[in-house]
Design a protein around this ligand. Sequence first.
Ligand code: FES
Length: 163
Amino acid sequence: MCQCCCSNQTVVDPKNQQLEEVLKNYSGKKGALIPVLQEAQDIYGYLPEEVMVEIGNKLSLPVSKVYGVATFYAQFHLKPRGRNIIRICLGTACHVRGGTKILEKLEEILQIKDGETTQDLEFTLESVACIGACGLAPVIMINDDTHGRLTPDAVSKVIKQYQ
Ligand code: FES
């Protein structure tokens, strides 16, 4: 219930409502946990602890099981992620052509380390193995955009396009 003087109505977060809809759709179905986690992550952008507790309660699963699955699969994220996801390739071709220097430049510009998210939630930086564009090495992907044949000097220009 809302505790202020504006009204006496329940304050409902639309995301929680969406989650309840998802949980209703999967109620009583076998193998629901992974699809429910995927849909919950689509709703919240990651899997907050209270969401995993709610999923466990509604699917009648121990929270430890929900947490175990969420931490096992790399597709699930337990911390908030940035509006822009930067994937820096450190596969062989990109490594040989200076991928590490690109990563260092990104870390310097964004003031975060590999695997972290900026405080303003604008960028998440993740190193990955080959992303299948070796001919363009060194390569980064920002969301669905590929930026190839990068140099450390060109990195800030690319980042500016997303700020
Ligand atoms: S090694 Fe980087 S795209 Fe293949």
